[in-house]
Write a protein that binds this ligand. Sequence first.
Ligand code: GDG
Length: 750
Amino acid sequence: MSQHDLVIVANRLPVDSRTLPDGATEWVTSPGGLVTAMESVMKGVDSGAWVGWAGSPGEAPDPFEADGMHLYPVRLEAEDVEKYYEGFSNGTLWPLYHDVIVDPEFHRTWWDSYVAVNRRFAKAAAEVASPGGTIWVHDYQLQLVPEMIRSERPDVRIGFFNHIPFPPLELFSQLPKRNQVLRGLLGADLVGFQRESDALNFTAAARKLLGYQVDQHTVTVPGIGASEPRQVLAKCFPISIDAGAITALTEDPELRERAAQLRRDLGDPKRIVLGVDRLDYTKGIRHRLKAWGELLNDDLIDPSETVLVQVATPSRERVDAYRQLRDEVELTVGRINGDFAPIGRPAISYLHRSFDRRDMTALYMAADVALVTSLRDGMNLVAKEYVASRPDLRGVLVLSEFTGAADELRAAILVNPHDIDDLKSSVLRALTMSEEEQEEAMRSLRRQVLDHDVQTWAKLFLEDLEEIGRTAKPGRPAIRLHGEDAPARAELEEALAAFARTPRILVASDFDGVIAPIVADRDAVQPDPRSLTALRELTELPGVNVALVSGRALADLDHHTRMPSTVALIGSHGAEVGALPADFHADVLDAAALTMDDSKQSLLESIIRRLRLISSQYPGTEVEIKPTAAVLHTRQARGRGAGNATEAALEYARTLPDVYVTPGKKVVEFSVVHTSKGSAVQALARAAAADAVLYLGDDVTDETVFTVLDEGDLGIKVGAGDTAAQWRIADTEAAAQLLTALRERRGQDR
Ligand code: GDG
């Protein structure tokens, strides 16, 4: 798979499929503002990619190229569409983030699907970003993606932009799983919003709900345990439109003619008032129709002179609230037309369908007034598009105060759409505004829109993101193997043969998942006798030292392996070192870091108390106590208990600056001494005076070893998952074969 310097992640890919007469599929880029903006920034990078859903449920098409962009489709099953997209995204988040205009619904299965789909997007993005590259995640459907990417790819820069409002704390607090959502977003380096108030709502939530420190626009995310804190910048970047493209369209004589024709088609009214919206309850279409109906009823508008054209683009039609809205809007339009339309032409020309960009611009060019009455809107691009379509400096924009655009387009007639009287008088004012007044207002609006187009928006966002990347510390070394990739078997055989010929070697291995298959009951673990035999026999060969390095307590490891004293045993991720065999230089091991003192002991006791309290709330979890650490095990927890208990433990971990916290597979370990398997293996290699090290591991804690190995060493990951190891084998069976083969080779070579 290729690697890309800039990866855009959005719910939808910027393409629609078209079936050709021969049944083949053709992809056509959908010309939205975001696509245009991204096209312009992608021109500046060597290689750009876009990760998103292709729009139909089921199997995703293979990656393909369109208009110079590399597109990576993400699979969504019909059930994902129902739960992640229509459910949590549009039934929970959308209404909650838009001031609860309709009641948000919440279902735990929707959340589960949201997490699973976000993980799929994160994985797809992490796989295609080049080392040190940039990933830009878009919108509320993917709020968990930044943190998920960060945990896999700490080397990349991550930006997030929220296209919709971020709600005030009182509303956001209603969201079940609100902390997970916040932490997901805080995985980014830069979180962008439409308005300053959205950015402030977000930082207030981080402060109040997570207790994080906030300084103006910067949130400090404490490291887990003793890992470094990170700074996240939360700022507003008001989105815009491709003003240049719209200007070019307005200069097209054919389009001018189309605008004139539209007026004729409507019966040559004196005034055309235009509304263009997705058919969404946030857009205030009902309020607009109510005001229009009253104006007609009060005889303040003459339907033979003034017509309202309402484009209502179909949207989310499988979500109940949207079906209901459509019924209501169509009933109201029908009533108004029935009551007031002159014979042969409508009072309201209602268009429930999509138009192409040219028709849309012709409509803007023909409209004397544009009505934007959203009850809440992140930005509202229609307002900006209308302004960009009026180089003639004619036309009046009536704009809701509750749009992001209202922060910038101050020369519009600003209106509170909830106040129907205000709405009515604003419409009348717009209809009677003099040409001079129109020109003055439009000139000011146009300056704003033309100077701040979508290309500038994208450039500013990426510049800020890059700036953060420059000042941030470099992350962990890049992952070498992704998912299930593995170099060819023959290459591993060759490397193993070279290793076997090295004069002094250290053969070290993790226990669970490598020597013994993982089992639910940790005490019932059954090591593979072939692996134990190979390790034991290796110690009998000259120039070979062997060590088992485990997260288990030393005594526990000893009990389950019963190795001879020639094998070094390291427990508790390096914090417990067993008696070293005679041929190790024990004096070079740094024992100071392992010493417990009174303050560490009392810290450990308080951790144990807290973890026991957490464990008591989640049946099936348990707390293990080690000499220098306490561990929460969640493998046997029921239902969502494992996730929730881990969540609670990690939340607690953030309050402990001097504790080394290691989340693993269904475990979280809190250690009061600073050790890791990596530093333990390095110390052992020194003590054994080894020329090369072979290490086998399967868990995240083994990554601390893989990242410190040198060129001549062999880091071997057992099983799937991203890893810094250079090699991969499938399972404990393959590990037994590999150790046996090594023993045989070393035996033959000597
Ligand atoms: C979200 C936020 C934020 C509509 N019908 C047709 C059509 N459109 C185009 C418009 C405009 C876009 O769709 C709608 O953008 P809005 O900004 O008005 O609203 P949302 O769809 O809700 O977008 C919003 C935006 O994201 C960007 O960040 O501004 O606040 O809610 O461009 O022209 N385009 C065509 N045919 C149609 O029938 N071609």
